[in-house]
Design a protein around this ligand. Structure first.
Ligand code: ADP
Length: 319
């Protein structure tokens, strides 16, 4: 191969820029030309591209978001649209496409590979919920952002002897809630993977309060319950005063943590090395202590859900 394309797609995540930089510079180091595609699959259909060199990706490793911008593109679900995109990539003489994004973006990359374009996915999503990897770029930064917020909220919660309910991102997976809950010493976490039992939560909170706890933190993943519903339930069924913080988009922004910026570079290297070795249609990821390139078809065998032990442990330690 002599030329690759790179795009970011789906929800943005801290560290995507570090990945773009890593892909671009490592590819150039190996003698490849790099074409950036703006706004994900949407930009691919609109023919929005920019040639990347060492300098165009300078000064971005520490910046949140993505300089290539990102988009969601419903049209891209259609077969003939995917074929059109593949033809366009061929017309640019792009031999392989590196896609930085989440689950949906991986399905898009898979669709392109069915149209004859070699693709490679670098996992970039704050949710940490992709097959073929135990770690997605953006997750550590987000957990740290959430942790910082919780610590601030706790200060006022304990002054007022309150229950602080904090709603975080995670529609299908509870990684953010679980890790932020663990690290902040939350009383309870509600995640989509486990049944939400509000009566038990209330008992738990009331008991803690009875034995002298000044404040309680409850972290709720958006996919498990609505924060407002949890607060209303606690209000109705206990004498406690819960308040709600919905963290929203602060969770997606910010400079990448050391871990995210580092993983971005290592994933980028693996992606390019694999392509150069003739391996493609894979998702790059951390499996155990190894960075692997796993074919899309095998990725479902490498599915790493949240740890049951950690879920139990948060509740044991939080009392
Ligand atoms: P993420 O990559 O963060 O999970 P999305 O689920 O929104 O984000 O997916 C990003 C984009 O990937 C979608 O807007 C769409 O263009 C493309 N995509 C998602 N699923 C498919 C699919 N099954 N086939 C083709 N393209 C898809």
């Amino acid at each position: 191969i002599s030329k690759i394309g790179v795009l970011t797609s789906g929800g943005d995540a801290p560290g995507m820029n570090a990945a773009i930089r890593g892909v671009t510079r490592y590819a150039i180091e190996k003698g490849l030309a790099v074409e950036g595609i703006i706004r994900g699959y949407e930009g691919l259909l609109r023919h929005e591209t920019i040639t990347l060199d060492r300098r165009t990706v300078g000064g971005i490793i520490h910046r949140g978001g993505t300089i290539l911008r990102t988009a969601r593109c419903l049209e891209f679900m259609e077969k003939d649209v995917q074929k059109e995109a593949a033809d366009y990539l061929r017309s640019l003489e792009i031999d392989a496409l590196v896609v930085i994004g989440g689950d949906g973006s991986m399905r898009g990359a898979q669709a392109l590979s069915h149209c004859g374009i070699p693709t490679m996915v670098i996992p970039g999503t704050i949710d940490n919920d992709m097959m073929g990897t135990q770690y997605t770029i953006g997750f550590d930064t987000t957990v740290n952002t959430v942790l910082e917020s919780i610590n601030k909220i706790r200060d006022t919660a304990s002054s007022h002897e309150r229950v602080a309910v904090i709603e975080v991102m995670g529609r299908n997976a509870g990684f953010i809630a679980l890790y932020a809950g663990m690290a902040s010493g939350a009383e309870a976490v509600l995640v989509p993977e486990h049944e939400v039992n509000l009566p038990r939560l209330c008992e738990h909170l009331a008991e803690s309060h009875r034995i002298g706890k000044l404040s309680s933190i409850v972290v709720v993943a958006e996919g498990a319950a609505k924060g407002t519903d949890v607060v209303d339930y606690i209000k109705e069924h206990t004498y406690l005063e819960p308040n709600l913080t919905v963290l929203g988009y602060v969770q997606r922004g910010g400079a990448p943590s050391a871990l995210d910026a580092t993983m971005a570079g290592l994933y980028a290297q693996k992606a390019i090395d694999s392509l150069l070795a003739g391996t493609y249609n894979c998702v790059i990821g951390l499996i155990g202590r190894r960075i692997a390139a796993t074919p899309y078809s095998e990725a479902p065998h490498f599915h790493f859900p949240i740890s049951d032990n950690m879920y139990q442990l948060v509740h044991m330690l939080g009392r």
